[in-house]
Design a protein around this ligand. Sequence first.
Ligand SMILES: C[S@@+](CC[C@H](N)C(=O)[O-])C[C@H]1O[C@@H](n2cnc3c(N)ncnc32)[C@H](O)[C@@H]1O
Length: 267
Amino acid sequence: MSDQTATSRAEMPKAANPILERRTVENSNRNLLKHLKPGLSVLDVGCGSGAITRGIAERVGPQGRVLGIDPSENLIVQARSHSESLPQLAFQQADIYSYETAERFDIVTCARVLQWLAKPEEALARMANLVKPGGFLAVLDYNHEKVEWTPEPPEAMRKFYGAFLKWRQEAGFDNAIADNLKAHFEQLGFTEITIEPQFESSVKTEPTFAVASRIWSEVAELRGPQLVRDGYVSEEDRLAAIEAYDQWIATTGESMQLYLLAVEAKK
Ligand SMILES: C[S@@+](CC[C@H](N)C(=O)[O-])C[C@H]1O[C@@H](n2cnc3c(N)ncnc32)[C@H](O)[C@@H]1O
C-alpha cells in the first residue's frame, strides 16, 4: 500500500472524539509521572486534542515549556481552545515525518501514535533527534493482537475487530507495535531501555466498565465509516457490531483489557 493510503487511514475522524478527551496524564500516560518536574521542556508528538498534554503542562508548571504537535488541524484547534490558562503550553499543527525545529526537549513523549504510522522507525529516529542529551524518549503504544475480553465478545464485534486489524495491517501499520518498540529503540543505538506494562483493564464491578469497555463501539462509530468507505465491512455489519457489543456490555460482558507498553530510554 502507498504512503498516501497510510496517511488517509491514519487521519483522525472529524467528529468529536470522546475517547481522546477522557484521557489524562494520570489515567492514560502514567509512565510520564516519574519524569515530570517543574521547569522541564516536553514535546508531545501526536497530542490529539491535548487532554494529556494539558496535564503534562500543569506538572512542569509556568517555568516549564510544553509543545504538542499533531497533523490534524481540527484537533489542534480543539487543543488550543482548552489551553489559554497555561502560558507554558503551546500547540502546533505538524507531522512528525516533516517537523523541523532547532529546539531540543528534556522529554519527547509519543502515546498511541506509532500504531498509526507505516514507518515507525523513521518517526522514532526523528523523535530521538529532538531529545536533549540526558533527556528521555518515552513511547506508549498498543499490541492490538493482545486485547482480552471475558467472555468472548459477540461474533458481530469479532468480525468488525478482525476487519479493523486487517484494514490497519494492509495500510502498513504494525498491530503489535508495543512488542516491537524495544527492537526499534535498539536500532537507534539506545542501550538502557525500560519497558513498563501499562495495561488498561476494566471490569464489570467498576463503575467505569460501561464507558471504558465501550471503546470498541466508539471505534466502530468513529473509525468504522473509514472501513466501510475502504470496503472492509458493510454498513450493516458495522451497525450490527455496535448493537451486539453494547448488548454484551449491558449483559454478559465481564472484563476487557487493552495491552499497552511504555518503552523509554535516556539519551
Ligand atoms: C490515537 S491518537 C492519540 C492521541 C494522544 N496522544 C492520546 O494518547 O490520547 C493518535 C494521534 O496521532 C496523530 N498522528 C497521526 N499521524 C501522525 C504523524 N505523522 N505525526 C504526528 N502525529 C500523528 C493523529 O492525528 C492523532 O491525533
